[in-house]
Design a protein around this ligand. Structure first.
Ligand SMILES: CC(C)(COP(=O)(O)OP(=O)(O)OC[C@H]1O[C@@H](n2cnc3c(N)ncnc32)[C@H](O)[C@@H]1OP(=O)(O)O)[C@@H](O)C(=O)NCCC(=O)NCCS
Length: 188
């Protein structure tokens, strides 16, 4: 049996790719977040990230989050904890909205968008365990984002939201914690 040079290399010679992680935007990270850019044709889906960061900071119910690969800032999103975030109404369970999600145009297509959503879910389960649903809307034409959200565990509710300026959007949900038992449910 012959071994290829690659498979014969010691394990530590093949460096694992740096993990994708997420964290609150600190004053130190903010300048790199402001530099993030999407392609011009993607702007209608998300807007300008520097503007989105400022809007997030002005809102006491929102948290500005950075996506990092190693020490490099590659993306941004906003967590919106207001009751009617995303759908314009409460969802029946404690929820959090995901908004303004963007991976820098030079960093897209490398799996970071999907990995960051998985890290976002882990982060919410740790830091905000009382929130049971993660909600977002995504433009029906935004196939890359829909693919990333599905792979990270979001499901399409089938509900279309018409509040956006760029056309109809799917309402997608991801369950962060089991539903609270119904107050009317009785033991057999
Ligand atoms: C959406 C976004 C965050 C995804 O980030 P990303 O790092 O490129 O995502 P990934 O590399 O994890 O790719 C996700 C999936 O989308 C797929 N994809 C990429 N472009 C696609 C396209 N045009 N059509 C269909 N699928 C596409 C990829 O193939 C990948 O699936 P795969 O791993 O099975 O191949 C990024 O494209 C972005 O910032 N877009 C602009 C802003 C935006 O639209 N934000 C979402 C607002 S709701």
């Amino acid at each position: 049996m012959s071994l290829s040079p690659d498979s014969a290399a010691p394990a530590d010679a093949r460096a694992a790719p740096p993990a994708v992680r997420v964290g609150v935007v600190s004053p130190m990270l903010a300048p790199a977040v402001r530099m993030l850019q999407v392609a011009p044709e993607q702007l209608p889906f998300v807007g300008d990230t520097a503007y989105n960061l400022e809007q997030t900071r002005l809102d006491p119910h929102s948290e500005a989050m950075a996506v990092l690969v190693g020490e490099r800032v590659v993306g941004f999103y906003r967590l919106d904890f207001s009751v009617d975030a995303i759908a314009g109404r409460a969802l029946g369970e404690p929820s959090v909205g995901l908004r303004a999600y963007a991976i820098d145009r030079r960093e897209q297509g490398r799996g970071y968008g999907t990995a960051a959503m998985r890290a976002c879910v882990e982060d919410l389960r740790l830091r905000h365990p009382q929130r049971r649903l993660l909600a977002l809307t995504v433009n029906v034409r935004n196939l890359a984002a829909i693919a990333a959200y599905r792979k990270a565990g979001f499901a399409d509710t089938g509900e279309l939201y018409h509040g956006g300026s760029a056309g109809p959007q799917h309402l997608m949900l991801l369950r962060l914690a089991p539903p609270s038992p119904s107050p009317t449910a009785t033991a057999p």
